[in-house]
Design a binder for this molecule. Structure first.
Ligand code: PMP
Length: 370
């Protein structure tokens, strides 16, 4: 259940020092996306998860699953943590493992960026890039991680997709932070999902605290089945199509998603053409250097704000009553920075091969310098 281990990684906001890498996880700023909000007549906020010390939203989940395993006696001093990951959970785990003295072994699909593989190795993780095959294939990176842990003494597969300590980390930290930062005055929350931990943990918390007033929506890349699952009232289809966005999209209902997926207000798919244009736009107008899932999330937040269609001005929150904002207030997640994808997202040649060059407005093409 999500409510166990409340307060495990939550800290009061403070300007003082924190206790090591682990103490620096969480308490990220909520950024008002000013230009975009003014342009669209809505109030769009991005939770700056790229500011976590390991550089992504997954630091919270990595710490959550390790703390949960330690508490339950599943992970002992000198033990080995094994995980299947698109990269960010692995990076979070590699940091946490270094900070706590565990060996870290990572299995990841070989379609992921070289930057993430290099970083994992620099952090001391053992990395096994494996062919990107479907979940029902025994050679899928997740199953390989599970089997490796089974065959290794004193090792634990942290199982980020189905271990709800992941969603719980967001229920006890990300959700309460957003609630505090918006003073509880929030029309919608939307984000994409990989494991579903962020969406389920934050969504459950905001739904409970707002008494259902805050709508929770899911954003999906092409190649994921979740939009059609939600829109059809629960029918799972085959995966078709693909996306440039790394770390998101799903072909099944994970345990983490299962805690919320049937209570969502809706879902929609965002095309890569829109995500890449937003990625460059956010760099140009806000100075934000973000990964593609963050850009997808912001496209979705704007669409949701338009759907919710509020036109009135209200104070942002009770302790900032002079901060009046128009339209619907929607929060999304800025999952990570572009640093770990720059050889792709800022390469003219890569964009060309993906057929995305023409999606970037002419005046923004100057940022594709690689
Ligand atoms: N964006 C990026 C870049 C990610 O790596 C991930 C996690 N794979 C997500 C978003 C989605 O987070 P979650 O696993 O909590 O659904």
């Amino acid at each position: 259940m999500l409510s166990t281990a409340r307060a495990s990684i939550r800290r009061p906001f403070t300007m003082s020092t924190v206790d090591g890498f682990v103490g620096a996880i969480g308490n990220t700023p909520l950024i008002y996306l000013k230009t975009l909000s003014e342009r669209t007549g809505s109030s769009i906020f991005g939770k700056a998860e790229f500011q976590n010390p390991g550089g992504s939203v997954k630091d919270r989940a990595a710490l959550g699953v390790v703390q949960d395993a330690e508490r339950r006696g599943l992970l002992k001093p000198g033990g080995t943590v094994v995980e299947g990951t698109a990269g960010n959970t692995g990076i979070g785990l590699a940091h946490v493992c270094r900070a706590r003295g565990y060996r870290c072994v990572i299995f990841m699909p070989n379609t992921q960026s070289q930057e993430k593989i290099d970083l994992l190795r620099m952090l001391g993780a053992e990395v096994y890039p494996v062919p990107a095959v479907a979940y029902d294939d025994p050679k899928n990176y997740n199953h390989q991680a599970r089997d490796f842990a089974k065959d290794t003494p004193n090792a634990l597969w942290t199982d980020q997709f189905d271990n709800t300590a992941n969603a719980n980390a967001h229920y006890v930290s990300t959700g309460p932070e957003i609630w505090e930062q918006t003073g509880g005055d929030l029309d919608g929350f939307i984000c994409s999902t990989g494991t579903g931990g962020t969406l389920a943990g934050v969504g459950k918390y905001l739904k409970e605290k707002s008494g259902g007033k805050t709508q929770i929506w899911l954003a999906d890349p092409p190649g994921s089945v979740l939009t059609s699952y939600v829109s059809s009232g629960g029918k799972l289809t085959e995966r078709t199509g693909s996306s440039i966005t790394e770390g998101i999209g799903q072909g099944r209902i994970t345990n983490n998603l299962g805690t919320l997926v049937n209570e969502l207000s809706g879902a929609f798919t965002v095309l890569d053409t829109k995500s890449i244009a937003m990625l460059y736009d956010l760099l140009d107008t806000e100075g934000l250097y973000l990964g593609a899932s963050s850009a997808l999330n912001v496209v979705a937040a704007v669409e949701l704000a338009e759907k919710l269609g509020k036109g009135i001005d209200r104070p942002l929150c009770s302790n900032a009553s002079n901060f009046f904002l128009p339209g619907s207030k929607v929060v999304t997640i800025l999952c990570d920075g572009a640093y770990r994808y720059q050889s792709r997202l800022f390469s003219k040649q890569w964009l060309e091969t993906k057929g995305l060059s023409d999606s970037i407005p002419e005046h923004l093409k100057k940022y594709a310098v690689l």
